[in-house]
Design a protein around this ligand. Structure first.
Ligand code: C5J
Length: 220
C-alpha cells in the first residue's frame, strides 16, 4: 500500500477510495468587502493560499479523484440562519445585509461564489451549507456514501472553524481525514497552528496533516 508522508505518521493511501473536500473558498471570506472583512479580519492571508489550493485541485483532478466544494451560505429568506448566528460577531453589515458583493453569505449572491481561480468544474459536487460543519442540514453524508469514499483530503478556510468542524464530523463518521497544511488558512495564525496540533494529537485522534507537495507525491 502506498502512503502520503504526513504527521503524526504516514497516511495509508487506499486507492480508489479517496476524495477532496474544498471548504468555503468563497469571495465572502477571501475578498475585501465580504463577511470575513466585515468581522474585522485581514483577508490577505486567505487570498495567499489560492495557488496551493489550485495545485491540490489540479493534482486531484489529474488523478481522476472526486472533488467536492462547499459554500457557507443561507437562503435569501434566512429561514436556515438561526437568529443567534446572525446576531453574533457584532459585525455591520452582517449575514443577509447588502455589501459590495451583494447580500452577505446568501446563496446566489456574488459574495457566496467560490473564487474564480478555484471554480468547480462541470460534474464536481457543490454543497451549500448553513452551518460551520458541512454535514449539518446538507446531503453530504449521502453524497460521500454514493461515491464509495473511505478517505478524505481537506483544504479551505477557515482552518479552525469550518474546516476543522467538518473534519471532526467526517472522522466521527469513520472517514480517514488528511488536512493539506498549506492549502488551509485562518484569520488567526495561532488558531491554524493549534488546529494542526489538535488534529494530530493522541495518535491522529482527528486525522493527519501534510503539505500539498506530499499529498501530490502520494496520489500521483
Ligand atoms: C467562518 C468558515 N469562519 N468557513 N466560516 O465563519 O470557516
Amino acid at each position: 500500500m502506498s502512503v502520503i508522508r504526513a504527521e503524526p505518521f504516514d497516511f495509508p493511501l487506499r486507492r480508489g477510495g479517496i476524495g477532496l473536500i474544498v471548504i468555503d473558498m468563497q469571495r465572502d471570506f477571501i475578498e475585501p468587502g465580504g463577511f470575513g472583512a466585515a468581522l474585522g479580519n485581514d483577508v490577505a492571508p486567505l487570498q495567499a493560499i489560492i495557488p496551493a489550493v489550485r495545485a491540490l485541485l489540479d493534482g486531484v483532478r489529474a488523478a481522476g479523484l472526486p472533488v467536492i466544494h462547499t459554500r457557507e451560505c443561507h437562503r435569501p429568506d434566512l429561514s436556515d440562519c438561526p437568529p443567534a448566528k446572525r446576531a453574533r460577531g457584532g459585525a455591520t453589515p452582517t449575514i443577509g445585509d447588502r455589501g459590495p458583493m451583494g447580500r452577505i453569505l446568501i446563496a446566489g449572491e456574488p459574495g457566496a461564489e467560490i473564487v474564480p481561480e478555484l471554480a468547480p468544474l462541470p460534474g464536481e459536487t457543490v454543497i451549500d451549507k448553513p452551518g460551520k460543519g458541512a454535514f449539518h442540514a446538507t446531503p453530504l453524508a449521502e453524497v460521500l456514501t454514493g461515491m464509495g469514499l473511505r478517505q478524505l483530503l481537506f483544504a479551505g478556510v477557515t482552518t479552525e472553524v469550518c474546516v476543522q468542524t467538518t473534519m471532526r464530523e467526517a472522522n466521527d463518521r469513520g472517514y480517514e481525514c488528511l488536512l493539506a497544511e498549506d492549502a488551509t488558512e485562518s484569520y488567526f495564525p495561532a488558531f491554524r497552528q493549534a488546529t494542526f496540533e489538535m488534529i494530530r494529537a493522541q495518535g491522529a485522534i482527528v486525522g493527519w496533516t501534510a503539505p500539498v507537495a506530499a499529498i501530490l507525491a502520494g496520489i500521483g
